[in-house]
Structures are given as structure tokens and as C-alpha cells.
Write a protein that binds this ligand. Structure first.
Ligand SMILES: [Zn+2]
Ligand SMILES: [Zn+2]
Length: 244
């Protein structure tokens, strides 16, 4: 089984006491961080120790997905310096940005390139990637383990082809930066309606909305998405876990 815990759920910048994009994906054999936004580490280290983390996957380099990267590298340095950790942390990211070079930090972290045709196999956890429509090069990720499937979009605008990549997922984590009536306000981001339509078209079981906007009543977002999707819709909540 896989378990997904929300560590951060805001777009752009964190709400007071909270964090931007970050998720802990666990199996019986893995602890993987997915995106590393502002404030994410403070929530991550409530749940695991520095030496337990197996890998970080970055969807893209916008700061709301990567701001805590430098401090994560210091955490690895300290864990290795005190001999609590023996291996560098692999950090998977695309090389379309000059910031790819920041992923490797001395002997503590090592950058690993990912592309739409990359297949990562972390001892049974298979990860594949898909380039979305966004203002920066962003890779959505599909995690498969023991027959279960989780897809995380990172940031994206509406595009029909991505439904194929999300097909049959047990859980789709989709950004919703916009309410239904705000379509087109920020290109390269999704409305609640578009997230619901994507989930429906892809035939996923459950939809987790995240990457929330700071303007508007976000508690209304799940019901907006649910008008277009027959499965279960969840709003991302800090430290809440979703099993699949
Ligand atoms: Zn973002
Ligand atoms: Zn972005």
C-alpha cells in the first residue's frame, strides 16, 4: 500500500503557520518527499528523521515547490556528519532550468535528471513523468507500487492529453489555484472545474485538491470540483494522510 501525507498545500506562499507544496509518500519500504516548498521541512520532520528519507522528487523549480531545498541539503549534511546517514540523498528534477545544478550538494545530495521518458525504479516503487502546460517546465509524476497508483500533477494548466497519464489512478493530487469562475485568470493553473473534469476523464478513484489560492473561500473548492467528478473529492489538509 501507499500512504500520502500532506505537508504543505498553498500556492505561491504559505498561509500563516502553514507551508506551500510538499507531500510525504510512504510505502512499507519507502519514504519519499514530493516537492519541497516553503515550510515543508517543519512538517516533514514531525513525521520522520533526516536519515529516513529515501529521495526527493521535484515537479519544477518555482519557489513554492522548492524553497526548502537548501535547508534539506543542510539536514542531510548534519545527518551524515553525525554518521546517522551513510548515503547521499537522491534529488530528482528536470534539467531544463539552470537550478538543476543546485540539486547536487557536495557528498550530501546528488541530482538525478528526469524527463518525460524516464522510468525511475526505487526498489519496486516505479515513477514515470509527463510534461504539463505551465509557465516553467513542470513534470507530473505517476507513482506505482504493488498495483496501486498515485499521480501528482505539480503545476499545470488544462490540457486534454494528461488524462491518459492519470488514467486509472487510485488517487490524483491535482492543483487547483483557481475557482470555477476564475478560468483564465492565471494561465498555466487549474480551476476546480478543470480538476474535476480531468479526474472524471481519467477515471481516477479519488481526487485530492491542493495548491490553494489565498483569495477566496477554499472550503468551497471541493464541491465545485465534485460537480464534474463522480468519485470522492478531498481538500488537502495539513498532516492528514490518505491511504491507497
Ligand atoms: Zn506552484
Ligand atoms: Zn509553478
Amino acid at each position: 500500500m501507499m500512504k500520502l501525507t500532506v505537508l504543505g498545500r498553498w500556492g505561491a506562499y504559505p498561509a500563516p503557520g502553514e507551508a506551500t507544496s510538499g507531500y510525504l509518500l510512504e510505502t512499507d519500504r519507502h519514504k519519499v518527499l514530493v516537492d519541497c516548498g516553503s515550510g515543508v521541512l517543519a512538517n516533514l520532520f514531525k513525521l520522520i528523521r533526516q536519515e529516513e528519507l529515501d529521495a526527493l522528487f521535484l515537479s519544477h523549480y518555482h519557489y513554492d515547490h522548492s524553497a526548502d531545498l537548501g535547508c534539506l541539503q543542510y539536514a542531510m549534511k548534519i545527518a551524515m556528519g553525525f554518521k546517522r546517514r551513510s548515503q547521499p540523498l537522491p534529488i530528482y528534477g528536470n534539467n531544463r532550468s539552470s537550478r538543476y545544478s543546485e540539486l547536487s550538494y557536495r557528498e550530501y545530495t546528488v541530482g538525478k535528471e528526469i524527463h518525460p521518458d524516464t522510468i525511475v525504479d526505487l526498489s519496486g516503487l516505479k515513477v514515470t513523468f509527463y510534461q504539463t502546460v505551465h509557465e516553467e517546465y513542470n513534470l507530473a509524476m505517476r507513482f506505482e507500487y504493488e498495483g496501486k497508483v498515485l499521480v501528482y500533477t505539480g503545476d499545470l494548466g488544462p490540457a486534454t492529453q494528461i488524462a491518459e497519464f492519470c488514467k486509472g489512478a487510485d488517487l490524483l493530487i491535482c492543483e487547483t489555484s483557481l475557482f470555477e469562475h476564475e478560468e483564465g485568470l492565471f494561465p498555466g493553473h487549474m480551476t476546480t472545474k478543470q480538476a474535476g473534469e480531468l479526474a472524471e476523464k481519467a477515471g481516477v478513484k479519488e481526487l485530492l485538491l491542493t495548491h490553494f489560492p489565498h483569495i477566496g473561500e477554499i472550503q468551497k473548492m471541493p464541491s465545485e470540483a465534485a460537480k464534474y467528478f463522480q468519485g470522492q473529492v478531498w481538500p488537502a489538509e495539513i498532516n492528514k494522510s490518505y491511504g491507497l
